[in-house]
Design a protein around this ligand. Structure first.
Ligand code: ADP
Ligand code: MG
Length: 712
């Protein structure tokens, strides 16, 4: 399937001189998950092998600028300098002191310096630096006792060969066992294998943006002449970013077309269940909820398969919209599944929705990993026979032995916890399953396209009335005493409190220890009933604790971030978050969203450990300023970069080589528009331009898109 023209770029890195298996593996680790994922898609069974193209798509981080020419008297400390010197006396270390350096003195008319070598061979140095001759050298300058020195010059050539020294060198991010020189050498070879490629971008765009060609841009990026050449704003970098975005957008558009091609189960609105359900609701829908449901209802009634994202801040009331949509599916005698990421959440949704469903004359079941044996067999039978309309659960919902009578709608709550893979598995459980994805993680506008370009989007901007603002305060952990006093008071008043324990980077186990220790400590300090809930607890125990917190038997709940997503205890009014500086803004926002749901004035205390970095301080400051999840997401993106937008890398957002959604927003918009036009224009794929675009898709590893194009 891969075009012949591109074969050379898909050779493995071991085909380069100087790259053995060991170096190849190190490069694989460096080039990281992206190359590995792409390679795994090539051949899921073999170990990921990075290709030349992965190396070429690895941009330098900074440059070494050798253009600064100096005399010895003006040499800058700790900087790269290039200069001409006259070689003087060699000072070899004494035989007995092998570890001291070999020094060569050098001078020009302004002063003297040393060239310093460790563990170097004297005869080799004698040949390279013959006393009395001139050399042009380049390297980093250090001062010892007021005398400048260059330790292991990067270059030293005869004065008339100085042009062979690159004035500017790219510097790549490294990991242990790799050197910049090795990468540079590999890159040089990879660049030589770049074939001439036809242009896939339109002439207007090239002209307007002053874009070089794709190959030209790669050459410029890896052979910069000036520092500006590698900046994200340089035409070369922007060209590559645009290519990457365009390839991604074309792929999303093709997947979208494919998804809709299969007819959706046709689920027109009806008047029995939906009306009864509305009547059973203890509140009136907000205008935003009505609008959202109208959009979904229309999608369901259409022949095309629904693929919609419902985006709404924490507490904006997404669940009830899902419930109405599920009722609409039931009007046609179909089943609807609601999939959530955690058992706690599944349980909670079931507890809230089942009674309402019942009032409307519908039956719901709960299916998680916990339902086992006989009980599970009964549930599976009810699902298979169509005795139940609503199936609520975790990923247990798409396990092999779960057969649906007639699944026509899948609602996926808190989408960022699920991958596209899981979405597809659920889809396969029915014919023309309509999909509604819900997320409380506000996604900045600039990222919506890259992540969800294949979906229609409904957004709930308004929250149900009567929500009181949550008062947010920052407090140093050093002042824990103050906090404990007010916690005691609050417990005395009968308030309910969440106490979230720190996220310990990289290890769930230490999270757990921290939470367990804090639990014991608080239990000793406060004479109240305290609960502990964490992800590793047996499910039944988890439920019992949550139920006790809901009922008020427990009024302080120590928890790890398991409560982050979706948990609804309406009368909890105090949220305390330890080590708030370790959380992403979006996560803090989710946690804070657990309070402020009822009548009481709520508060959120962000405990931080000093010293705070400037960024951490700014982030926590924004938490105090606003409760608008969309604004928080934008700020998070601005402050931390998209990699961390959700606190952890679980977002399903694409991982870019060149594009940066903060700096290349304009390109994103153009790419989205052009991708739409290109995918609509079926004729173009049979032309030369279409062939060129296939090269683009191949280069950026959009193999899914290529497959879809081939199947027509
Ligand atoms: P989320 O969008 O975060 O999933 P939920 O669906 O859990 O929010 O709703 C949050 C709370 O708001 C729930 O207790 C729910 O019953 C309540 N709620 C939802 N819609 C309304 C409304 N229109 N008026 C009043 N309360 C509502
Ligand atoms: Mg929810």
């Amino acid at each position: 399937m891969r075009p012949v023209l591109l074969q050379p770029l898909f050779a493995t890195l071991s085909s380069l001189t100087g790259i053995g298996d060991k170096m190849r593996d190190r490069l694989a680790a460096l080039l990281g998950g992206r190359a590995a994922a792409a390679a795994a898609a090539d051949s899921p069974l073999s170990a990921p092998l990075p290709r030349l193209i992965d190396l070429l798509h690895f941009p330098p981080q900074t440059i070494i600028d050798r253009r600064g020419h100096y005399t010895i008297a003006t040499l800058p400390a700790q900087k790269i300098a290039s200069l001409e010197v006259c070689i003087g006396r060699h000072k070899a270390p004494q035989q007995s002191r092998k570890n001291s350096p070999y020094k060569i003195s050098a001078h020009d008319e302004t002063g003297e310096m040393d060239l310093v070598f460790f563990r170097a061979r004297g005869d080799w140095l004698q040949r390279q630096f013959p006393p009395g001759e001139k050399r042009f050298i380049s390297g980093k300058i250090e001062y010892f006792n007021g005398l400048p020195a260059m330790i292991h010059p990067d270059y030293s050539v005869k004065p008339d060969e100085r042009r062979t020294i690159p004035p500017v060198e790219p510097v790549y991010p490294l990991i242990a066992g790799l050197t910049n020189r090795l990468i540079a050498k590999a890159m040089t070879q990879a660049l030589q294998r770049l074939p001439d490629l036809p242009e896939w971008l339109g002439a207007d765009l090239l002209k307007r943006e002053n874009f070089p060609s794709y190959t030209g841009a790669l050459r410029q990026l890896h052979r910069p002449h000036r520092p500006e050449d590698i900046e994200p704003t340089s035409p070369a970098r922007r060209r590559l970013a645009y290519d990457e975005l365009l390839a991604g957008q074309i792929a999303l558009r093709l997947i979208r077309r494919q998804n809709r091609r299969g007819q959706g189960a046709n689920l027109p609105p009806g008047n029995s269940y939906t009306q009864k359900l509305r009547a059973a609701l203890p509140f009136k829908l907000t205008a935003a909820q009505e609008q959202g449901f109208t959009e979904i209802s229309a999608d369901l009634a259409r022949k095309q398969r629904m693929l919609r994202l419902l985006q709404g801040d924490v507490g904006s009331g997404k669940t009830v919209i899902a419930l109405l949509a599920m009722a609409q599916a039931a009007e046609s005698g179909a089943q609807a599944a609601l999939m959530v990421p955690t058992e706690i959440l599944a349980h909670q949704h079931y507890a809230a929705l089942a009674p309402m469903a019942e009032q409307a004359g519908l039956r719901a079941v709960l299916l998680t990993g916990r339902e086992k044996g006989n009980k599970r067999a009964v549930i599976l039978q009810q699902i298979a026979q169509g005795e139940v309309q609503f199936i609520i659960g975790t990923h247990a919902l798409f396990q092999a032995d779960v057969l649906y009578h007639r699944l026509a709608l899948a609602v996926i709550d808190e989408q960022h916890r699920f991958g596209v893979e899981q979405r597809l598995q659920l889809l396969a459980k029915g014919q023309g399953v309509n999909i509604l994805v819900m997320t409380a993680t506000p996604i900045p506008r600039s990222l919506v396209l890259t992540a969800y370009g294949d979906m229609d989007i409904s957004t709930l901007r308004e929250k149900p009335q009567g929500r009181k603002p949550v008062i947010t305060a920052l407090l140093s952990m050093a002042k824990m005493g103050l906090l404990l006093a007010s916690v005691r008071q609050a417990l005395g008043r009968g308030d309910k409190i969440y106490w979230i324990c720190p996220l310990v980077e990289g290890s769930e186990k230490s999270d757990l220890t921290a939470a367990t220790e804090r639990f014991a400590e608080l239990q000793a300090l406060l004479s109240a009933r305290i609960g502990l809930v964490h992800g590793k607890m047996p499910a039944a125990e988890k439920d019992a604790v949550m139920a006790a917190f809901k009922s008020g038997a427990i009024r302080l709940l120590v928890a790890t971030t398991v409560v982050e997503v979706g948990v609804d205890v309406t009368d909890a009014s105090i949220m305390i978050i330890e080590h708030a500086e370790r959380f992403g803004l979006a996560q803090l926002h989710q946690l804070r969203g657990r309070v402020g749901r009822g009548e009481k004035v709520s508060s959120c205390t962000l405990l931080y450990k000093e010293p705070l970095s400037a960024t951490a301080r700014a982030r926590l400051g924004i938490m105090r300023e606003t409760e608008d999840g969309f604004r928080l997401a934008e700020e998070d993106l601005r402050l931390r970069g998209e990699g961390d937008i959700l606190g952890l890398r679980q977002s399903g957002l694409p991982d870019f080589c060149f594009a940066d959604s903060r700096l290349h927003r304009d390109l994103m918009e153009i790419a989205a528009k052009n991708a739409r036009l290109l995918v609509q224009n079926e004729a173009i794929w049979a032309t030369e331009k279409g062939e060129a675009l296939r090269l683009l898709l191949c280069l950026f590893r959009q193999d899914n898109a290529l497959r879809l194009l081939q199947s027509g």
